[in-house]
Write a protein that binds this ligand. Structure first.
Ligand code: ADP
Ligand code: MG
Length: 701
């Protein structure tokens, strides 16, 4: 490849969707490397690297119509200008410009060279945000251009796209690259909607939308193009989910379980508490599913601490009693081992064979477990996605439980579905119902909407770093009462970012300082798994009183004696994530507390968001609030972390688009369940293309 390409110059190469970015005009090996960090490998990836916002140039107005609070482009002549020095030794360039009787003051700080461009009498194009200075209108740090210099680029009224960037790559460079790619690549794309449908929805064509979102004439056009493309994402999802679901419904399950024995009753009895009403209701639905001739496909949603594990274990016991094998998959080693160490003895006490298998299971033990699974001897197994490796063969896998779904890919779920086993997916991410139906439309939905009795509310407050001394005192007091504290930091080590406290740094400092004499442990994702295990169990046993950690503890760790959660730089976390972290305390019936400690200089809206979190413990409300407040830029971040599988669609804000797309998809699939009719050929091909971009949009599997 390299030899043939090197003979061809950039301009000779025809630009195609699959063209590697390195050969795109304006990109070379260095920029290709930078683009790759953004997940951009091909020209098509560039086309689908959407702006997160636009620099809107401002409204073009005459000087006499300029008003405070506007962003404007205007023309005026320089009346006078001077360079001053402020008391702090900064330079300040001040000019007065005028047109007719209208006047405007222009001020620049620390830009002495500006004065050279302000020759008296020169006509300028001026752009900036209008503020007030005493009785005068003023623009600080305006962009200016002398009209005599020619084309007056500042007057170009088109919004400029703002792209997510990465180190070394400038906005201007990426805009130039995109300006070359977008018009060429957008031209030939498939459009799932015909002209009649487009006019019904008031949408531009997909080609126009792809071009217009990058290079809009104005913000209205940018907005309507975004809507069209968001609709396409929703439509692809609805079609893919619809096709998959219709196929699944036709596929039978090998595991139609009959009557269940007494073991699950014994199991619950041993625990010493009764199932909540919600747990019972969900279990009835699951029991019903397990008796059907088709495989169960159920999403179990329940807020942190609602007792999802118990539901899963009961279903696993039923499965084992019915003669099948059950697998429980956790998203991390730590969790898999936590479940295993708790559940295996209880299951074995009921006469069932249970085991654990993770990526770090020693070879000899692994061989043993694989043999037991292949022979069917092991009835219940706990593990990570190591359970999905091809050499793990089950004699009769009848139930797969996937805990904390969002860490698992759709593709992995599809692998499980192909086995014909019943599937129970559990998530503590309180996805609003409408979103759940969108993202997991191929799953039936059960919700545990009730917490086990006796839970005390977690008192939450938002404080700044001056509260830390008091917090350290509280940590000691709690330790004296046999209670434990989590101290969470956004980073593992200092070097990752400036000015942020890190877990490692804090650990060293606290042990020698504020928390001296307490037993403090450190937990983060980069520790070897044995060390993680050791630290977790020490904290669970009470050998450690304080756990300094990163968000590795976010998912599922269950230590009832932990009663204080302190989160540093809370402003750096998403609301849903904070809610998850908070859910690590308040599990044992003792009064628990969560303290959100802000770093310096947090903006007011962020503070209000966190206040809102402090005022409610309703995970669904929090999740919905979180999504409602996220703009396009935030969605980009969510998408990168895999929390939200869309590029443009915000399922909360774009709910109407989701509804429309669902209606259309249902209408199409009602006639043509597998999209095989010739009249749907374009849609089917388009969906194939979309499916290659994102497994969520794939109808395969
Ligand atoms: P999650 O839904 O977050 O996974 P868990 O399954 O970890 O929640 O349960 C949280 C805690 O609540 C556990 O300590 C569990 O033993 C306890 N629990 C579960 N169900 C009940 C119940 N019905 N009554 C009392 N405690 C329960
Ligand atoms: Mg759990």
């Amino acid at each position: 490849m390299a030899t043939t390409c090197s003979a061809v110059s950039n301009s000779d190469r025809r630009l195609e969707a699959a063209t590697p970015v390195q050969y795109v005009k304006g990109v070379g090996p260095v920029r290709a490397q930078q683009l790759r960090r953004l997940g951009i490998e091909t020209a098509q990836d560039l086309l689908l690297h959407f702006p997160v916002d636009y620099d809107h140039p401002g409204e073009s107005v005459g000087l006499d119509s300029v008003r405070e609070g506007q962003r404007v482009i205007t023309r005026a002549r320089v009346l006078d200008s001077q360079v001053r020095r402020t008391r702090r030794g900064q330079t300040m360039v001040v000019a007065t410009v005028g047109e007719g009787s209208a006047r405007l003051r222009l001020t620049w700080f620390n830009a002495p060279w500006m004065s050279e461009r302000l020759r008296q009498g020169r006509e300028l194009v001026i752009r900036g945000d209008v503020t007030r200075f005493g009785r005068q209108l003023q623009i600080v740090n305006a962009q200016i251009e002398a009209v005599e210099e020619g084309e007056a680029r500042l007057e170009d009224p088109r919004p400029k796209p703002r792209y997510p960037l990465t180190g070394g790559l400038s906005q201007g460079t990426l805009r130039k690259i995109q300006a070359g790619v977008v018009p060429v690549l957008s031209r030939g794309v498939l459009d799932p909607l015909d002209a009649e449908q487009r006019s019904r929805y008031g949408f531009p064509s997909r080609a126009e939308a792809l071009s217009g979102i990058h290079l809009p004439q104005d913000l209205d056009q940018a907005q309507s193009c975004r809507r069209r493309l968001a609709f396409d994402e929703a439509l692809a999802l609805q079609l893919a989910v619809g096709v998959r679901r219709r196929r699944l419904l036709r596929r039978g399950s090998r595991w139609r379980l009959g009557e269940f024995g007494p073991a699950s009753g014994h199991y619950v009895q041993e625990l010493g508490f009764a199932l909540t009403g919600a747990q019972r209701r969900v279990l009835r639905a699951i029991a019903e599913d397990l008796r059907q001739p088709t495989a169960m496909h159920r999403l179990l949603q329940g807020d942190v601490g609602s007792g999802k594990t118990l539901v899963a274990i009961v279903a696993m016991i039923w499965t084992a009693e019915g003669g099948g094998q059950a697998a429980f998959m956790a998203p991390t080693e730590v969790l898999a081992r936590q479940h295993a160490s708790r559940q295996i003895p209880r299951l074995e006490a009921l006469g069932l064979r249970a085991a654990v298998l993770t990526g770090s299971t020693p070879l000899a033990e692994r061989r043993e477990v694989l043999r037991g699974l292949a022979s069917g001897e092991i009835q219940c197994v706990f593990g990570t996605h190591a359970l999905l490796q091809p050499d793990v063969l089950f004699a009769k896998l009848a139930l797969a439980v996937v805990d904390e779904q969002h860490r698992f890919g759709v593709a992995q779920r599809a692998t499980l579905a192909r086995s014909g086993a019943h599937l129970l997916v559990m998530t503590a991410t309180p996805i609003p119902r409408s979103l759940a139906l969108t993202v997991y439309g191929d799953l039936d939905l059960s919700v545990i909407d009730e917490l086990p009795p006796g839970r005390r509310p977690i008192e939450t407050d938002v404080v700044d770093e001056t509260a830390l001394d008091r917090i350290y005192v509280e940590i000691r007091e709690r330790a004296q009462r046999g209670e434990r504290t989590y101290l969470v930091y956004p980073l593992v080590e200092e070097s990752e970012g400036a000015d942020l406290a890190s877990a490692e740094g804090a650990f060293a400092e606290l042990c020698a300082g504020a928390l001296e004499g307490l037993r403090v442990g450190l937990l983060h994702g980069r520790l070897p798994h044995r060390e993680k295990d050791r630290v977790c169990s020490a904290f669970a046993r009470g050998d450690l009183e304080v756990l300094v950690a990163t968000t590795v503890i976010e998912v599922g760790i269950d230590v009832p004696e932990a009663t204080l959660m302190v989160i540093r730089h809370a402003e750096r976390f998403g609301l849903a994530q904070l809610h998850q972290l908070r859910g690590r305390v308040g599990r044992g019936g003792r009064a628990s507390r969560c303290r959100l400690v802000l770093g310096p200089g947090v903006a007011a809206p962020t503070f209000r968001r966190l206040q809102h979190l402090a005022s409610t413990e309703d995970g669904f409300e929090i999740a919905e609030l979180d999504l409602r407040q996220r703009g396009m830029g935030d969605l980009h971040g969510l998408r990168q972390h895999g929390e939200l599988p869309f590029r443009l669609l915000n399922p909360i804000q774009d709910e109407a688009l989701v509804q429309e797309s669902r209606i259309l998809a249902e209408a199409i699939l009602a006639e043509d369940p597998q999209l095989q009719a010739s009249e749907h050929e374009t849609i089917a091909r388009w969906l194939d293309e979309m499916g290659r971009l994102n497994p969520l949009w794939s109808s395969a599997g």
